[in-house]
Write a protein that binds this ligand. Sequence first.
Ligand code: RB5
Length: 148
Amino acid sequence: MKIGIANDHAGTKLKLELVEYLSKKGYEVTDFGTDSFTASDYPVQGELLANAVRDKKVELGIAICGTGLGIGYACNKVRGIRAACVSETTSARLSRFHNNANIICFGARIVGLETAKDIVDTFLETPFSNEERHQRRIDMITEIEEKQ
Ligand code: RB5
């Protein structure tokens, strides 16, 4: 599976560890940066990742900043993106199963490496339920987007 990953300076260390982890598991990972520990602006990396998901260059995305919040807000401004900010695996699972999230976000200052691995494993391995009530609600979210 092709996946994308993006982060600001706060997420660089965790991102590098996850890229290694996911590559060893056989995922084809496109890294949208940054690889720097110097302060950077998370909307830049968030937009790059979200555009790649929207354009289907990657199937799913992972976004990391200090809290996961700022980069998630940026991703969610791109049409068709449903970016879920989580800090545990139940939300990661339901973000896929109920909400068909296409980007998972978390904070490098909030979760440690082992929790981050569990979150990405859960996110990448859980399919959307395809149940009518969940698809209907997702379609309603898309309608809000289209009214803007
Ligand atoms: C950077 O200090 C920090 O604000 C950023 O990584 C993120 O947590 C914002 O939401």
